[in-house]
Every structure is written in C-alpha cells, then in structure tokens.
Design a protein around this ligand. Structure first.
Ligand code: AMP
Ligand code: MG
Length: 418
C-alpha cells in the first residue's frame, strides 16, 4: 500500500471550509486502491479502473427496429400505395437474402439484419397483405424503422470512463461490446471504531449512564453501500494510550481508519492527542454543521478521519467529507450529487463561514411544486430527525438567512448513500 507522509499536507491552521478540505484531499491524497479484474456480473457498483473502448459497433450491423417488411425506398410510388411481392424472409440471428434488382419486399423481424439493398422497413401493423403481395401505405420516410450499424456506439469510442462507479446499465453496454470482465479498483479497506466510555453494544444491558452504540452500525452500513470492505473494530474506551495503540494497529491493514466520538476539545476527548502521538493531524475543525469537530490525519501512513459523536453529525460528515475522501483513495471520479432546487417553507438564521445541513421533508406546495419543511428539532443527537425526514437542505458558507419562498438545494437521503 502507498504510504502517506505527514508532509503530504501543508495546512497547519484550525478551522477549514469543507471546500478547502476537499480540495486539499483531492490534491494531496493518492489513489490507494490497486486494480483487479472481475467478471461482469460482479462489477456492479465497482469503480472502473480503465477506460473501456468499444471494439465493435453497436449495433454491429444495420437491422430492423420492428416486425414488418423491408424495402428499397426508391421502389416506392411517389404518391399513393405501393404493391410489392414478398420475396424472402429474415428473422433475428439469420443471415438472410439480399434484395433483388427487381422491386420486392422482404418479410423481416425485429433485430434481423437488413437485407443488402433495403433501407426502409414498414411495420406489419401498417400494411395489408394480398396473396403473396404486400400493400404499403404512402408517407413513410426513407430509413424509417432501420437501426444503423454503430448508431448507438461507434467502434473505437469510449463507453465507460475510468473512475466511473459502474451501474447495471454500464454492465449492459460492456456486455454489448463483448466484454466478459472489467478492470476495477480494489475495494477500500476501512477500519471503523466507536469511542466512548458510555457506549454499550446493542443487545447488552445498559448500566447507569450508558447508551447503545448506534453510530457504528450506521457507518458500516453506509460504507458497505459505497462499496468499502469494512472491519468492525468495536468500541474503544476513552483512554489515550489505548486509543493510540489500537489506531496504530489498525493502520497497517487498512486504507482508512474511521472513528466516531471523542474529537471535541473536552477533557474526555482523547482521539486528537492519540492521533498526534502515533501520527499527525491535518485539520480537526471544519466549517460544517452539524459536525464541526472532524479530525483528519495520517496514522503511520494511513489516512485517519475522526468523526464527531452525535449521530446526525456522523451522518452528515460521513456523506459530505468522508465520501469524497473515499472516492479519492478509491480512484473514483466523484461528483457531489446535484441538489434539487426546492422552495423553503420556513425562515432560518445561520452563521456565516460554515455550511449547514438542515433536516427537511418535502411536501407539495400550492403551486404544484415542492417545498421543504424543516424537521422541528435541531439537535445533532436526534436520531428521529434522520428517520423521519426526507433529506438535507444545504445552506452555503456565505448564507446567513433563509426566508419562506427562498430556493434551497436539497439532497434526498436515498440519493446520498445509494
Ligand atoms: P463525544 O464527541 O464523544 O463527546 O460525543 C458526543 C455525543 O455523541 C455524546 O452524547 C455521545 O454519547 C454521543 N455518541 C458518541 N458516540 C456514539 C455512538 N457510537 N453512538 C451513539 N451516540 C454516540
Ligand atoms: Mg465521547
């Protein structure tokens, strides 16, 4: 695995905008994921490691788009119906007849190769049969219902660009050009820890003052959906020496170490000093709410991100900070999802210099459009604000107020982690 050195990063300041942090990540972090070849049917969701070039045309030959009758346009009467005798038949997969010199039609089926000389196909629903003749209506254009070789994909063109997250449709196009396997990036190996003396595993009974660890299962589930190979490394107690040792241990076998909790500046927040004792911090406060304490660093050559403890802050920073970072490490051309422009139904005030994500639901407005309704409670620990909302409205660094009727960019949950 490529080793990162501490001097990958020149930044030594404290509060950083999310955009600056992401630019720094994109500039300074290398792609860590190697390349492997996988069969097509295992490539869904993987990151293409090389451009895929079409070695053949799609379609490979001119063919009919309908069931009907193939003709030479020049044989049709200039006005009124045309009567042609039906000579020959070609179905999909056959190598059928060529057109003769004399005017005639060929019975043809969808996907069948166009007979040499034919250029136009009448749909069977549009014609009448009379013995061995077909009677064709007027008005069809030359080339109608014919699919030309290479009209979908021309041989030599790029059908999949390196860095693309492969969709089921990408697999279809790879199959169409004859590929049975693809070069993809190796899955990133991500180590996930929770931190906090108050945390108990779900299923364990709660001692006074304890809560169940809910961050870890959400983090792991989202990371898996993004395509990572996750090591669940459990809960770490709030102990600097222990934290340092466990982070260092995790570094060698992973591409990224993720923790949640313990990155604020309280006496019980030991993650930052632990990272500094076995590596170095790059930033630890981002201009993002919920989520401001987000620590990024390097532990023995492996990137480290310490997420906040509150569940909503974990969700937001995972999607808007860790996701682009993983894309960089994993060789993915990642474009932040497009926000949907939606009208606000509420007024809101915020501080300049930080990006805020407001939990919202969508409803139909009086004019038939969509408007966003704010979840009534703001706390970064309110789990129901995630389960009972549709998504997040993003308010940019410079925005200080939103009034009812203002447009906002909305990200639906389902599109963020899918
Ligand atoms: P911390 O940043 O460690 O002070 O945590 C902030 C808040 O998040 C506290 O209320 C913690 O109890 C809570 N918290 C931290 N880690 C978790 C977790 N894994 N699951 C649920 N809540 C957590
Ligand atoms: Mg804590």
């Amino acid at each position: 695995m490529a080793q990162l050195t501490d001097d990958c990063f020149a930044f030594g300041g404290q509060l950083m905008s999310v955009d600056d942090a992401l630019a720094l990540i994109a500039e300074r972090l290398p792609v860590l994921a190697g390349i492997e070849h996988v069969p097509l049917h295992e490539a869904d969701g993987r990151i293409a490691a090389e451009d895929v070039i079409a070695g053949i045309d799609i379609p490979p030959f001119d063919n009919s788009a309908v069931d009907g009758y193939a003709v030479r346009y020049a044989d049709l009467a200039s006005t009124g119906e045309t009567r042609l005798s039906v000579e020959g038949r070609i179905a999909a997969g056959e190598s059928g007849p060529e057109m003769r010199e004399a005017p005639a039609a060929v019975r043809i089926f969808t996907g069948a190769r166009m007979p040499g000389g034919a250029d136009t196909v009448f749909m069977q629903e549009d014609v009448a049969l009379d013995g061995t003749d077909v009677i064709l209506p007027s008005g069809l254009k030359c080339g109608a219902n014919r699919r030309l070789a290479g009209e979908d994909v021309a041989r030599g063109s790029t059908v999949i660009v390196a860095g693309r997250r492969l969709s089921p449709m990408d697999l279809a196009i790879a199959a169409a050009i004859g590929r049975s396997s693809l070069a993809v990036r190796r899955r990133l190996r991500v180590a996930v820890f929770s931190t906090g003396n108050e945390l108990a595993e779900p299923g364990a009974s709660l001692a006074p003052g304890a809560i169940h660890d809910s961050n870890r299962v959400m983090l792991i589930a989202i990371l898996k959906r993004i395509g990572a190979e996750v090591s669940d490394l459990g809960i770490l107690r709030d102990d600097r020496t222990l934290l340092a040792a466990r982070l260092a241990e995790a570094a060698s076998a992973h591409d990224l170490i993720l923790t949640s909790g313990g990155v604020s500046t309280g006496e019980e927040d030991h993650v930052k000093p632990a990272v500094e004792s076995v590596g170095s911090l790059v930033f630890w406060r981002l201009g993002i709410k919920p989520g401001r304490p987000v620590a990024m660093g390097i532990v023995q050559g492996t990137p480290f991100v310490g997420l906040p403890g509150n569940p909503v802050a974990v969700y937001v920073t995972l999607l808007f900070v860790v996701r682009p970072l993983l894309a960089r490490l994993g060789g993915e051309n990642f474009a932040a999802p497009l926000g949907i422009p939606v009208r606000s139904s509420f007024a809101y005030r915020k501080k300049v210099g930080r990006r805020e994500y407001v939990r919202i639901s969508l409803r139909r407005s009086a004019d038939g459009g969509l408007e966003a309704v704010k979840f009534p409670r703001d706390g970064a620990g309110v789990l129901t604000s995630l389960t009972d909302s549709d998504g997040l409205a993003a308010l940019g660094d410079d925005v200080t107020r939103i009034e009812p009727g203002d447009m906002m960019e909305v990200y639906l949950h389902a599109l963020l982690y899918g």
